[in-house]
Each structure stands twice: as C-alpha cells, then as structure tokens.
Ligand binder design. Structure first.
Ligand SMILES: *Cc1c(COP(=O)(O)O)cnc(C)c1O
Length: 418
C-alpha cells in the first residue's frame, strides 16, 4: 500500500488539475462576435417592432430542435422558467408540488412564487427524486412533481412519469444542471409536461443569466408566455379559452440570447468530453473497498459533469476528501452541517424559521387545506446519502493523463483507508 500524501507520502499530482467553470471557460470569438453583432444592430429588445430577426427567437428555435418540442420560451433565468412552467401547468394557491430534498433552493422558491406549497421528498442513491417517497407524499392536493437533474444526473424518469400518469400529475423537469443530457435516448426537458433550463454562469453553457422553457402543450405555453411578460395577455387577442394572467417581466435580453447562441454549438462537444473523461475514471475505480458509486439512472445519457461516491459515514467521507485533496485531486464533500449550502433543503431557512412573514407562506393561504410541516430532519435518508458523498468535478479540459491521475488518487486513498 502506498503512503498517503496526507501522512507525508508523495502526492499523485503536484501540478493543478483543470477544473472550475464549463461554458464560461470556453467563451471566445464566436460569442464575442454574436454579442457585438447585437450592439452593432442596436437592437437589444426582442419585441422591437422593426421586423428584424430576434436573437431570442433564434434561441427558442434551437431549443425546439434540441428537445423536439413544439414550443420554447426564452426567459431571464432558470428560476423564471420554473415559475412560468408551474403557472403554465396551472399550479397555484391550494396546490402542492413535490420537489427533491437535494436541489438548488430556486426549485422550491419557484413553487412558492407560483403560490403553491412545496412538498419535500427524499432523494435516493442517485441523489435525485426517490420515486417511492414521491408516491408516499402524494395527496389529493398534489398538482405537479419537479424531478431535478442534479449535477448532470438524469432522474428516474420512467418510474416518476408512471407515478405522475397514475395520479394525474404534471411533471416539470428542472434541467438547469443537465443542459443537453438525455434519459434513455430522449433529451431531458422533453419527457414531462414542461422542461426548464438555466444559462446562469455556473451551468454547462451560459449567458451569465438566462433560461428556457419547453413544452408540447399549447395552453401550458400560453400561460407561461403571459406569466413571462406582463403585457403579453393584453396585446391583441388573448388566446382562446385561457383566462388572462397578469405576469411580471421575465423576458430574455437580446444580448444574453446572442451569448447563449454563440455558446450553443459547443454544447454537444462539451457533453462528449465530460462523458468520455468520466467513463475513463469510472472504469478504473469499480472494484474499490469502502466506497459505493452513485447510481446513475442512465449512464449513457447523463451530462457527466460530476463523479460521486458514498463512503460508509460522514466522518469517513471527510477523511477521504481531505486525503484526496492532499494527493492533489480537487474534490468536495456535499453535506456538512457547517456550510449553509442552499442545495440542501435543511438550509432552506425560509421554510424552517418561525419568523418568516406569514403573509408570504402559501400554506397559510385560505385555499390550502393541507397541513405541511417542515423541519431540519424531515428527509433523513437524503441527509445520510449527501453526508456520505464525495464529489469530483469533471471538466472538459481534463486530459487522459488527468483522468488517470484522478482515478489513481481515488484508488490510493480508498485502498489506504480500506
Ligand atoms: C441554477 C439552478 C436553478 C436556477 O437557475 P437560475 O438561472 O440561477 O435562476 C434551478 N434549479 C437548479 C437545479 C439549478 O442548479
């Protein structure tokens, strides 16, 4: 057995391993040209009535093509896409929406923004929604489920779609972290009633801020459209049979749309790199003692931006993470009580505090007949998995040598810790 670097041994790696941002790290001439072109045209608002093509229109066409859906709506953020999608599937006060215990707080916040009540369900060893817990949490008030592809992992869509069908629920996919990924050959975002993407700085391709909603259902699209632009329902004829909605402003800027359009041709190549690098590392760490790999519901379709394994307990995960860092391999634990990570429900203080303004709590609304309770330990299995996780980020610039060093580091630490 090799002596660990943390105990004074020779580290696997002394030069840094590439990491950090994906799309944003690739910004180059095509993106610069695309944005400058908008400035040269002096056309920075999509509805400007000069008959010229809009960047937002072109981006929507791209996402209709990517997902094969009839409708796409460019919006100002992933959060806006989720809010519009929930309004789109007709969620509102009195309704419950099931969200995973592990997702960015924006998923739950969008439910509250729509006036509905988030119901927090467990994640399983895929770190995505646990279908069994979803089924347990369905009530007569449940209107929708939001499966989230955390860190590029597709959720267990087959099971979730079957449950939704059985109970007559809408499925709104949160694909913010898995742009371009698939589930069993179908693009994420194309499986539920609506799919929501984010182009925020940390996502796979980016415009700093931005989002996209896709759907096949006309009424969903029309309601989402009205929500995303306060004036929309009042320009010309409102769509037949759909009561007007007084929306806000979630329009996407032409500059942002042009920037994502500039990034878009890189998307397929980025995913190809992530997947190849991840598979190369995985193939070298399949037989190790003391670690269990995250289960990925569709390994061929996942985005591949993250490699996660579970240790036997939280202490061991922290020790593993420290030892791996000492080997020169960047990594992190996921849940550690001391950092208020907003990706874990326990840190969504809005729900847990008693001094939150009760006027803003959808579960105090007169139309709400349920009795939801939120408390820090409400999803113990999620906290257990998250607490035992060690995650290594996968970057498109990792070489085969980098991948082999990462695998060697993981092997070395696993064999030493036993
Ligand atoms: C980033 C993110 C969002 C929100 O997207 P924004 O564009 O930042 O509003 C929603 N859900 C998940 C899982 C995310 O990672």
């Amino acid at each position: 057995m090799e002596k660990l670097a943390i105990d004074g041994g020779v580290p696997v790696r002394t030069s840094p391993v590439p990491g950090s941002m994906h799309g944003v790290a690739e910004i180059a001439e095509p993106e610069v040209e695309a944005v400058l072109n908008v400035l040269r045209k002096k056309r920075v608002f999509r509805w400007f009535g000069d008959g010229q093509a809009s960047e937002a229109d072109a981006l929507e066409a791209q996402y209709r093509e990517l997902t094969g859906r009839k409708y796409a709506l460019a919006v100002s953020s992933g959060s806006a896409a989720l809010h519009c999608a929930l309004v789109g599937v007709d969620c509102g006060p009195g309704d419950e929406v099931i969200v995973p215990a592990y997702t960015f707080i924006a998923t739950a916040a969008a439910v509250v923004a729509a006036g509905a009540v988030p119901i927090i369900a467990e994640v399983d060893n895929s770190l995505t929604l646990d279908p069994e817990d979803v089924e347990r949490k369905i009530t007569p008030r449940t209107k929708a489920i939001i499966p989230v592809s955390m860190r590029g992992t597709p959720p267990r869509m087959e099971e979730l779609l079957a449950i939704a069908r059985r109970h007559g629920l809408a499925v709104v996919e949160d694909v913010a972290q898995a742009n371009g990924a698939c589930y069993r050959g179908r693009p994420l975002g194309s499986l539920g009633e609506a799919g929501c993407f984010s182009f925020q700085h940390y996502k796979i391709i980016t415009s700093g801020e931005g989002g996209m909603l896709v759907t096949d259902d006309e009424a969903t699209f029309q309601r989402a459209r009205m929500q995303h632009d306060g004036a929309m329902g009042f320009w010309g004829e409102p769509p037949a049979g759909i009561p007007p909605i007084l929306g806000t402003n979630y329009r996407l800027s032409e500059l942002a749309a042009a920037l994502v359009l500039g990034q878009y041709p890189r998307l397929a190549g980025l995913l190809e790199s992530f997947r190849a690098i991840k598979q190369r590392i995985l193939s070298q760490i399949l037989d190790l003692p003391g670690i269990e790999l995250q289960e990925v519901p569709d390994p061929a379709g996942e985005a591949g931006i993250s490699l996660i394994f579970f240790c036997k307990d939280g202490e061991r995960a922290k020790a593993f993470s420290r030892a791996l860092s000492a080997e020169g391999i960047g990594n992190g634990t996921i849940y550690d009580n001391t950092i208020p990570d907003r990706h874990i429900y326990r840190h969504w203080s809005f729900f847990m505090r008693d001094d939150t303004d009760p006027r803003r709590l959808p579960w105090k609304h007169p139309r709400y007949t349920g009795d939801v309770r939120y408390f820090p330990e409400m999803c113990p299995r999620s906290l257990d998995y998250l607490g035992r996780s060690v995650a290594v980020g996968i970057h498109q610039r990792l070489t085969e040598q980098d991948a082999d060093d990462i695998a060697r580091g993981i092997r070395k630490v696993a064999l030493a810790l036993g």
